[in-house]
Design a protein around this ligand. Structure first.
Ligand SMILES: O=C(O)C[C@H](O)C(=O)O
Ligand code: SF4
Length: 513
């Protein structure tokens, strides 16, 4: 069965990375229907749905961060699991070569990228035996930005906005509400949370992640947990964090809770936060031949976003001030920009994320960055037959990780704008004001949409950091982003954080007695 099995695993990876499941599409369509035309949330959702459509058409990654590939496999007694593992390794390597996965496996000590997504601990493969006669293989590609927003509570504890969370269902409720608040827009909201009650620190998180394999439309068979899920869905969406943390009606697309026993001294509530690019799929495999016999998560209507995307973009037009920027940008141009402005960028931008920011604090820049734009982005890149680089996926990464460096680097090199997602903190805000800089928020996960704006790759520096971390010189046209932090001390992120904390306080009183 080896060849067929290899192909089945390859297909599972490609489909998971490029095609969002039906239940997730429906949840995103419902979120979109709730937003008023012309708002930032509506605009973001239009970009997101457009991106989903483009990923379908291009068979390219929905988001450039194809995450930590995690397989859950159930096999009939007697099936050779070593063979399955080998087929997965092969498929992972091929999918990476084909630009369906970004090379994401990084040596934690040296920083070296293995280049093929294989390495110690990657991918994650978990086997279980079962009594059925077929193989059930499921895959989740959960990106790093949302993984960083996972949180584990140890009860009892004190929570900002909510006070004491005790060792009971109401304490659990408070933890879950808090987990949504603390994620803000940084995990590319609207998100889906998997919650694990009980276990130890490891099994609690495992249970939380297991919930992410449930269908968004299922009903919890445990009455108490069903009630909790419904409560969270209704009330977390009142926090006003909204898509990408821009404010809005939908903050959460799903909440799934599981419970296991604990030991007397420990009481953990573990929350696995998944971004809207909720990529998980599954297949049934014939154990004798290795062929796919059925695709999972196929229930219900499939939404085709083609028409919807266009309509929403029409509605947004004319409602916001739109400014065209082309580097090199002057301080005067920057000082004119205000939070809420929509900026269209033409010309050059340079990618820089974690490794580059650290590097630039103690080294010279490989190019003159005076008046230039830095894009927090780790793209998926492919070389064409002529040896030229092509961008396969290129959405923004979470900017807050660069908070310790950003302000200093902007001043040191004269950088005028940074593009990323999720916003930055007080240190950067102060530097933007002092130096004359701006923070532009792009839509997280919209990797196809932005890749389409990149017209050519003009060069690359610092390739020793690996493809996602290198400094790519990109020539763009019509690259759109929103000013969310300006040079006058305004930050939409600080405002949404403050107002959502105030709203969180409404949920302080006990609900489950
Ligand atoms: O690594 C990336 O490209 C993005 C990451 O998933 C993030 O959300 O920050
Ligand atoms: S960039 Fe956003 S959508 Fe992509 S993996 Fe990270 S959190 Fe998810």
């Amino acid at each position: 069965m080896t060849e067929a099995l290899k192909k089945s695993m390859y297909d599972l990876i490609v489909e998971t990375s490029t095609k969002l499941p039906k239940d997730v599409r429906r949840a995103i369509a419902a979120a979109k229907a709730k937003e008023n035309a012309g708002t930032r949330a509506a605009m973001s959702l239009a970009t997101i749905t457009n991106n989903i459509k483009m990923a379908d058409e291009n068979i390219s990654p929905i988001c450039q961060d194809t995450g930590m590939p995690t397989f859950k496999i159930k096999t009939p007694v007697g099936v050779n699991q070593i063979e399955i593992k080998k087929a997965i390794y092969w498929a992972i390597e091929e999918a990476t070569k084909d630009g369906k996965l970004r090379p994401n496996s990084v040596d934690s000590l040296t920083g070296a990228n293995s280049g093929d997504n294989l390495g110690a601990g990657t991918p994650v493969i978990k086997f279980e035996q079962w009594e059925n006669d077929y193989i059930d293989a499921r895959l989740i590609l959960k990106g790093g930005g949302c993984e960083n927003k996972n949180i584990q509570y140890s009860l009892p504890c004190e929570l900002e906005g909510l006070g004491r969370a005790g060792r009971d269902l109401d304490g659990i409720r408070k933890c879950v509400m808090h987990s949504v608040y603390q994620a803000q827009g940084q995990g590319c909201s609207a998100g889906v949370i998997g919650v694990g009650i009980g276990g130890d620190r490891t099994t609690g998180y495992e249970l939380a992640k297991e919930q992410l394999f449930r269908s968004l439309d299922d009903e919890n068979s445990n009455e108490q947990l069903k009630e909790l899920e419904e409560y969270v869905m209704e009330n977390a969406n009142k926090l006003g964090i909204g898509t990408m943390g821009f404010g809005g009606e939908t903050t959460l697309l799903g909440c799934k809770v599981g419970v296991i026993n604990r030991i007397p001294a420990s009481f953990f509530v573990s929350v696995a936060y998944n971004c809207w690019a909720y990529r998980r799929l599954g297949i049934k495999i014939n154990a004798a031949t290795g062929d796919v016999t059925e695709w999972l998560y196929q229930e219900g209507e499939e939404i085709d976003f083609s028409e919807q995307a266009e309509q929403a973009e029409d509605k947004v037009a004319n409602k916001t001030r739109e400014v065209v920027l082309q580097a090199p940008i002057t301080e005067e141009q920057i000082r004119e920009l205000k939070v809420g402005d929509v900026v269209t960028i033409n010309g050059m931008m340079y990618t820089g994320r974690d490794a580059i920011h650290k590097h630039l604090t103690t080294n010279d820049a490989p190019v003159d960055l005076d008046g230039q734009i830095i894009y927090h982005c780790g793209p998926v890149m492919l070389k064409d037959d002529a040896g030229n680089w092509k961008v396969a996926a290129a959405g923004p990464t979470t900017s807050i990780r660069e908070e310790p460096y950003q302000g200093d680097i902007m001043k040191k090199f004269g950088i005028r704008a940074v593009i990323g997602k999720g916003g930055m903190g007080p240190k950067t805000l102060a530097a933007l004001q002092e130096h004359g800089g701006v923070y532009l928020n792009a839509i997280g996960g919209a990797a196809q949409y932005y890749a389409d704006c990149i017209k050519s790759v003009e060069g690359v520096d610092l390739m020793q950091f690996g493809i996602p971390e290198a400094m790519w010189h990109l020539k763009v046209e019509g690259f759109t982003a929103v000013v969310t932090m300006d040079s006058h001390g305004n930050s939409l992120h600080a405002d949404v954080d403050k107002s959502s904390l105030e709203k969180l306080e409404q949920f302080k009183e006990p609900v489950f007695k």
